[in-house]
Design a protein around this ligand. Structure first.
Ligand code: GLU
Length: 289
């Protein structure tokens, strides 16, 4: 079916004209104002935005076991990454109920994007050059950094220097796993961060190392059992992963992120999720590479 898509500017101009015309005859009748949420989605034909908007559904990969960012609960998956996904879907005219959430663990994010199992991945996903060889990234929308989680009564580990030669749990396919190798720790790798907690409890490993915000969520979920120590020792800019070379979609998601910064929806999403434990910080400007 061929569908005519008006450029957004033309639509905005038409709307402005219509409003001017109304103003003359009925004064300031509030019923003339366009209802929020009723604006028709118009995307250029052939774009991913048009395809998703027409389909009325989007498949998003996220974590299912990371409190604050992506956690499967009784009412569905929740967290800051999930809220970012809802904001993007909303701009495509897709309601929350029509988002299909798929669990992506650290190691399968690139393959899931590459083979089309998901439309986007929002999963504490660090933007880096190696990953940019096979997928694209919108964002960053948050800056995390690698840190260390130990048992609450541990007094021996204070920084990454104390991890040298020590067994430390992290996750296959993650940037912290590679960094542990680099600093001379002995990485003990599993598939998800929640699977690192039992080895930490029983002493198989002395610490868990990944992004500070993930560790903060695990510590908050298990009150009194663990603590985060030291200062973050890497930069982990979180991006939204999508198909390599889908530049229109990447730039459009960057626009959506910037709109969410400006209209307060980003801060609202943060406050309702990660913000219950972590302070709000001004979001980074997306890198429009
Ligand atoms: N942000 C890091 C990464 O993308 C660690 C967190 C994770 O594994 O999701 O690898």
């Amino acid at each position: 079916m061929k569908r005519v898509r008006l450029p957004l500017l033309a639509l905005a101009a038409a709307g402005a004209l219509a409003l001017t015309a109304c103003a003359g005859d009925s004064g300031s009748d509030e019923s003339e104002a366009p209802e929020s949420g009723s604006e028709e989605m118009m995307f250029e034909e052939g774009t991913t935005m048009a395809a998703l908007s027409d389909a009325g559904t989007i498949t998003i990969g996220t974590k299912f076991d990371q409190p604050l960012f992506g956690l499967q609960g009784p009412g569905g998956v929740e967290g800051f990454d999930v809220e970012i996904g809802k904001i993007i879907a909303g701009k495509l005219g897709i309601s929350e109920d029509n988002i299909e959430w798929v669990e992506t663990v650290s190691a399968n994010r690139e393959p899931f994007i590459e083979n089309g199992q998901v439309d986007i991945v929002i999963a504490t996903y660090t933007i880096n050059d190696e990953r940019k060889e096979v997928v694209s990234f919108a964002g960053p929308y948050y800056m995390a950094g690698q840190s260390i989680l130990v048992l609450a009564d541990n007094e021996d580990i204070m920084s990454e220097d104390d991890l040298v030669g020590q067994p430390v749990c992290s996750v296959t396919g993650s940037t912290p796993a590679a960094m542990l190798e680099e600093i001379g720790a002995e990485p003990v790798l599993t598939d998800t961060y929640s699977n690192c907690l039992e080895p930490l409890r029983n002493g198989t490993v002395v610490a868990v190392s990944t992004d500070n915000v993930i560790l903060a969520g695990l510590a908050a979920q298990n009150e009194g059992e663990f603590k985060v120590v030291g200062e973050p020792f890497t930069d982990e800019p979180y991006g939204i992963g999508l198909a390599l070379d889908d530049t229109d979609f990447r730039m459009w998601i960057n626009d959506v992120l910037e709109e969410s910064y400006a209209d307060g929806s980003y801060e609202e999403a943060w406050n309702a999720t990660a913000g219950t434990v972590l302070p709000f910080v001004e979001p980074p400007t997306p890198d429009r590479y």
